[in-house]
Design a protein around this ligand. Structure first.
Ligand code: FAD
Length: 422
């Protein structure tokens, strides 16, 4: 039986291991972290990611773990709403507990006899005649070697496998990092299902209620900034960016605001995602920017394409050269959607920067808002189409999808107008 080793049990690795094991294949999933409890992991699932879960027959897991649905989007400039729009019907953007989700996926994979989970950190690749033939890693303090017919690196944006395989990351410009805050003081119920974006002066802040009711705040930290963010009165600073009700909430619960966590944004795509015997997927191949929550969603779609290409070959004990050709095909199928999403992310970021840098534009948006809000809101949503639904059709081949599965994604949602999505 062909053996696959997957390195990294984030959303990409866990979902891929589950789908391959479900096909009766032998899969070893290796994860460096001792548990899944990292606090700041991506947690926003767009319709495209939810659709991928439906196809994988994993959507029911979302009923078993804590979630929060987004029902409305509001963007405020200088405290005045300039975008206010309901989430379209159909699959709705959902905030999930990523640790609970990953645990549930791994538990499902464990139902299949070919699946093995190992806690350990991969540190080297094993080669046989210039083809990757396995990994070497540290497990419980001892070095172990695991042979494989195919190694898949799903070890995230700082990928060790990318470095070991000498696969270059081509970085894209992104001029900010993020400071993440958690405030364990829930908003009143009607506000809990709204995703907010606040711009005041040159400062921008995203705010939403997470799966546990806590308020998560993402402060955009320009890269060239020299200010000492570790020693600031953050409750006062953040309160000043939002509208009055937000300022009151933050000031009332100021003592509960947790210290910020810095996310250094790494953004780009590898010109080549594979070497003979090795494939990179998810953030390892194409780390996404944080704007409009793309990382998990695109990673889950990578998984579907990889399974379509690889499962038939692995089941038929395909030759090494047939497997290696499939790796090139996976990149060819996925790369256009990834590059499109990254271009749109840059565009969204550019628009937010423009508003933050132009006092006259902010003033104009605020004054005109009563008249322009409906139009701007509809155009904003229409521009999000590819970021919400994906830019290509990604379908799990019928042989690998559960019987009788009905796809529910509504790409032709009537609330989205026909304007081009770029
Ligand atoms: C603060 C934050 C907020 C985000 N918000 C969103 C969001 O709302 N929506 C969204 O879609 N995306 C979001 N993202 C991005 C999203 O989290 C990632 O795109 C997604 O997790 C990528 O999945 P992955 O499986 O490819 O990599 P990861 O989730 O990074 O998983 C990689 C795994 O590999 C393991 N690993 C690393 N090195 C090794 C090694 N040498 N050996 C073994 N294991 C190893 C790591 O421990 C990790 O568990 C966010 C990211 C961050 C940091």
């Amino acid at each position: 039986m062909t053996k696959t080793v997957i390195v990294g049990a984030g959303p990409t690795g866990a979902a891929l291991a589950y789908l391959l094991a479900r096909q009766g294949l032998e899969v070893t999933l290796i994860e460096a972290a001792p548990d899944f409890e990292r606090l700041f992991r991506g947690e926003g699932l767009m319709p495209s990611g939810l659709d991928a879960l439906v196809q994988m027959d994993l959507q029911s897991l979302l009923d078993q773990i804590p979630t929060q649905t987004i029902q409305r989007w509001e963007m405020l400039v200088e405290g005045c709403p300039v975008v206010q729009i309901d989430e379209p019907a159909g699959l709705q953007t959902t905030i999930v507990s990523q640790p609970a989700f990953l645990k549930a996926v791994v538990a499902k994979a464990q139902q299949y006899p070919g699946f093995r989970f190992m806690q350990g950190s991969v540190q080297a690749l094993i080669y046989q005649q210039e083809r990757v033939a396995g990994v070497r890693g540290n497990q419980a303090g001892a070095m172990q070697e695991i042979a494989a017919d195919l190694v898949i690196g799903t070890d995230g944006r700082g990928s060790t496998l990318r470095r070991l395989a000498d696969l270059r990351l081509q970085r894209r410009d992104y001029d900010s990092n993020l400071l993440w805050f958690r405030l364990p003081a829930p908003l009143p119920v009607p506000q809990r299902s709204i995703f907010y974006g606040f711009i005041r002066g040159s400062e921008s802040l995203g705010a939403y209620s997470s799966w546990d009711g806590s308020l998560k705040l993402a402060y955009i930290l320009p890269r060239d900034t020299a200010f000492d963010w570790k020693n600031l009165d953050w409750p006062t600073r953040l309160a000043a960016i939002g509208p009055d009700w937000f300022a009151t909430h933050l000031q009332t619960h100021a003592a509960a605001l947790e210290a910020p966590v810095l996310l250094n944004v790494l953004f780009g795509c590898c010109p080549r995602w594979f070497r003979p015997g090795l494939l990179l997927l998810g953030d390892a191949a194409h780390p996404m920017a944080p704007i409009r929550a793309q990382g998990i969603n695109l990673a889950l779609r990578d998984v579907i394409v990889a399974v379509n290409q690889l499962a038939p070959l692995l089941k038929a004990n395909g030759t090494a050269s047939a497997i290696d050709q499939a790796l090139a095909q996976i990149q060819a199928e996925r790369e256009p959607e990834i590059r499109r999403a990254q271009t749109l992310q840059q565009h969204e970021q550019g628009q937010a920067n423009l508003i933050a840098q132009q006092p006259l534009l902010r003033q104009a948006l605020r004054l005109a808002a009563p008249l322009t809000r409906p139009l701007i809101s509809r155009r904003w949503l229409s521009r999000q189409k590819d970021l919400r639904y994906g830019a290509s059709l990604v379908r799990l081949a019928p042989d690998f999808a559960p019987d009788g599965l009905k796809f529910r994604m509504q790409v032709d949602n009537p609330t989205l107008d026909a304007a081009p999505s770029a």
